[in-house]
Write a protein that binds this ligand. Structure first.
Ligand SMILES: *[C@@H]1O[C@H](CO)[C@@H](O)[C@H](O)[C@H]1NC(C)=O
Ligand SMILES: *[C@@H]1O[C@H](CO)[C@@H](O)[C@H](O)[C@H]1NC(C)=O
Ligand SMILES: *[C@@H]1O[C@H](CO)[C@@H](O)[C@H](O)[C@H]1NC(C)=O
Ligand SMILES: *[C@@H]1O[C@H](CO)[C@@H](O)[C@H](O)[C@H]1NC(C)=O
Ligand SMILES: *[C@@H]1O[C@H](CO)[C@@H](O)[C@H](O)[C@H]1NC(C)=O
Length: 481
């Protein structure tokens, strides 16, 4: 009895502490700005006036910053503006404009870049989201970026349909830049070769604009820290530069939805850490080649809709691509057979080989891929019997697609599973014995590896901005709660 009471007392004092913690934090939070404002109003006049001016040029003349926010880094903070103390004075370190939260500053129809922006020379992060609408035409400032060269690490323009013109070469003066994001705007022209000087770049995302021309040969030379490169959904052309091989840290390369052509440079095979290669919807030629075997970390290999690519699946040593989860080679003019070795890739969840000229049979061993959730074989010249066990048909259902192969037929298992593949004929003679799932599994186990391994999650196929922006929003929400 005594023990129980003691425990109760213990837990109630704990509960008191837990209740008190937020209160302590809150009261501390309230007192802090007041006290720092008491000491001094520690923001240089020019810095403060530059901030008001920059914001007024974006938000509109009506915005009366000095009255609404007399202490913009202290007790009257502005949503989207962050500051830090340097030698006892406040400086603006982050400026984010755009409708993220209810009280975010939003741009007016007449929004423009104030030249005083470049006086805010402690800025580490600068972001314009949904600011310049398609009714305006605004260009990224051509000069003065060198004034932010000692500080700026993140520069983002997202969803500004009125942001036109080129990327100014002067952006390359931002020697500390780690993240350059120009996504979903209307920026055009060629990629300025000067960008190659940004040797601390970790993230280059330029998707969804009107960029054209080639990727300059030398541009990638010193991007040895680059992790993500996304140039998707533009009008870029020409062959890929072999200097892509210098991107030794690269994790994700998305060049999909452009007009790139020529052969894929074998140097790509040196990207040992690459997990995503998305080259879909381009005009590459020259086939699949040995260099692909070098992509030992690859999880998503997406080359679909390169109608003249060509090549044979047998040319790849599938056993080396142990991390592969998604393989999309549809509409790439593949010839030859589907090698049984592909059944050894236990992590495969998605295989699309449709719209090619593949011949030969379909190995029933594919059914033993423990994570497989979709298999597209339609529109080829595959022949023979589909000899998958019933469980395979049941599990994949409509995500097993094999119509458009004139000489392919299914046997009793599909019928028994009530998942007869659409557009495939029934074999005239059913096989002598039913293929049991167990026997296929056992065969695969004897072959290699652990079938019951973790399937993991299918990586998001695209690195488009939305995801990372979403994370930002979440972070912001967390901060403001
Ligand atoms: C790529 O890296 C190699 C070796 O690290 C270097 O010699 C070469 O100059 C780099 N390429 C470019 C275009 O800078
Ligand atoms: C590749 O990834 C490994 C493991 O994450 C890491 O240790 C290595 O530094 C990376 N290589 C490069 C060149 O970034
Ligand atoms: C690639 O496309 C460009 C522009 O469309 C064209 O001029 C060039 O001849 C093409 N190169 C190849 C190898 O097809
Ligand atoms: C399909 O293969 C057969 C023989 O295997 C061949 O005669 C036929 O031309 C091929 N059809 C197509 C469209 O490739
Ligand atoms: C195949 O299995 C089904 C039920 O799973 C059974 O009805 C049928 O008789 C079997 N056929 C043969 C040839 O063993």
């Amino acid at each position: 009895m005594i023990k129980v009471l003691h425990m109760r007392r213990m837990s109630s004092s704990w509960a008191f502490l837990l209740l008190a913690i937020p209160f302590l934090l809150v009261s501390h939070g309230f007192s802090e700005p007041e006290s720092s404002a008491d000491i001094i109003a520690p923001m240089a006049k020019e810095e403060q006036e530059a901030l008001y001016s920059v914001l007024r040029d974006l938000v509109g003349e009506w915005w009366n910053g000095p009255e609404l926010y007399p202490d913009p880094c202290g007790w009257t903070q502005i949503q989207g503006v962050s500051c830090d103390l340097f030698d006892g004075l406040w400086y603006v370190t982050s400026l984010k404009i755009g409708p993220v939260l209810d009280n975010s500053l939003e741009c007016s129809e007449q929004a423009q870049f104030s030249p005083l922006l470049f006086q805010l020379d402690h800025l580490r992060s600068l972001s314009f989201f949904n600011c310049f609408s398609s009714r305006q035409r605004m260009s990224i400032p051509q000069s003065s970026w060198e004034k932010l060269s000692g500080s700026l690490e993140i520069l983002e323009f997202r969803s500004n349909r009125g942001l036109v013109g080129r990327i100014p070469g002067a952006i390359a003066r931002l020697s500390k830049l780690e993240s350059l994001v120009i996504v979903e705007n209307a920026v055009d022209g060629e990629l300025p070769v000067e960008l190659g000087k940004l040797e601390h770049l970790k993230r280059l995302m330029l998707s969804g604009n009107h960029f054209a021309g080639r990727i300059p040969d030398s541009i990638c030379g010193s991007w040895s820290e680059l992790l993500i490169m996304d140039l998707s959904r533009n009008s870029l052309t020409g062959p890929l530069p072999s200097s892509l091989s210098n991107l030794t840290s690269l994790l994700k390369l998305d060049l999909s939805d452009n007009h790139f052509n020529g052969s894929l440079p074998p140097e790509l095979g040196q990207l040992k850490n690459l997990t995503l290669l998305d080259l879909r919807n381009n005009d590459f030629v020259g086939g699949l080649a040995q260099w692909l075997n070098g992509l030992t970390s690859i999880e998503n290999l997406l080359l679909a809709h390169n109608p003249e690519l060509g090549g044979r699946l047998e040319e790849i040593e599938w056993g080396k691509l142990r991390e592969l989860t998604a393989l999309d080679l549809s509409h790439t003019s593949l010839t030859g057979e589907i090698p049984a070795a592909m059944a050894g890739l236990k992590g495969l969840r998605y295989i699309a080989l449709d719209g090619n000229s593949l011949t030969g049979g379909v190995s029933p061993e594919l059914a033993a891929l423990p994570c497989l959730g979709a298999l597209y074989l339609n529109g080829n010249n595959l022949t023979g019997r589909l000899e998958f066990p019933q469980e395979f048909y049941r599990r994949l259902g409509k995500r097993f697609v094999s119509w458009g192969n004139l000489n392919l037929c299914y046997d009793a298992a599909a019928k028994n599973a009530r998942a007869v593949p659409y557009g495939v004929a029934r074999c005239e003679q059913d096989s002598r014995e039913n293929v049991s799932y167990e026997s296929v599994l056992n065969a695969a186990r004897a072959g290699s590896g652990d079938l019951n391994g973790n399937c993991g999650s299918l990586g998001s196929f695209v690195v488009h901005g939305g995801v990372i922006w979403g994370v930002w929003v979440m972070l912001l929400v967390v901060v403001f709660l």
